[in-house]
Design a protein around this ligand. Structure first.
Ligand SMILES: CC(C)(COP(=O)(O)OP(=O)(O)OC[C@H]1O[C@@H](n2cnc3c(N)ncnc32)[C@H](O)[C@@H]1OP(=O)(O)O)[C@@H](O)C(=O)NCCC(=O)NCCS
Length: 120
């Protein structure tokens, strides 16, 4: 089996009208939710018996607007792991234009009963 810590995860999304804000572009909160999901997925598939919570996200700098009908690809990948945490790279591109939408990272911590515990 391929080592899940070196796997690049990918999600392809059609941006429907329900995801748009009053200006007709993607509401950033949806993108942040999908980024959080992708960070969780990458960490959890690398350490299936761990129980991850999001400790920290890096900056979200949305570089290009996303519009209804765009197709977005979101990627995540484990960059490194410490004693209780993993750093996950998360980024997205607009698959229609190839422009990068954002690039950031998350720190996911293995936690039980609200306390950090070592990774398995
Ligand atoms: C996650 C939680 C259990 C961690 O407990 P903590 O005592 O605050 O943990 P620490 O500050 O020692 O950090 C834990 C790990 O995160 C890493 N970390 C913390 N802050 C970091 C930062 N700014 N940059 C990089 N790594 C960081 C630490 O290095 C450590 O990793 P390691 O053991 O691999 O070295 C606790 O903060 C918590 O429950 N937070 C709420 C999580 C949550 O509910 N998230 C959902 C969103 S509301």
């Amino acid at each position: 089996m391929k080592n899940q810590t070196s796997v690049r995860h990918e999600k392809t999304l059609l941006i429907r009208l329900e995801f748009l804000n009053h200006s007709g572009t993607l509401f950033g909160g949806y993108m942040m939710q999908w980024a959080d999901d992708m960070a969780y997925n990458a960490a959890s598939l690398a350490f299936p018996s761990a129980s991850f919570v999001t400790k920290l996200f890096g900056q979200f700098d949305f570089k290009a607007p996303v519009r209804g009908g765009d197709i977005i690809k979101i990627y995540s990948e484990v960059e490194s792991c410490g004693t209780t945490s993993c750093k996950i790279l998360v980024w997205a591109i607009n698959a229609r234009t190839q422009s990068e939408v954002f690039r950031t990272f998350a720190v996911m911590v293995n936690a039980r009963d609200g306390k950090k515990v070592p990774l398995p």
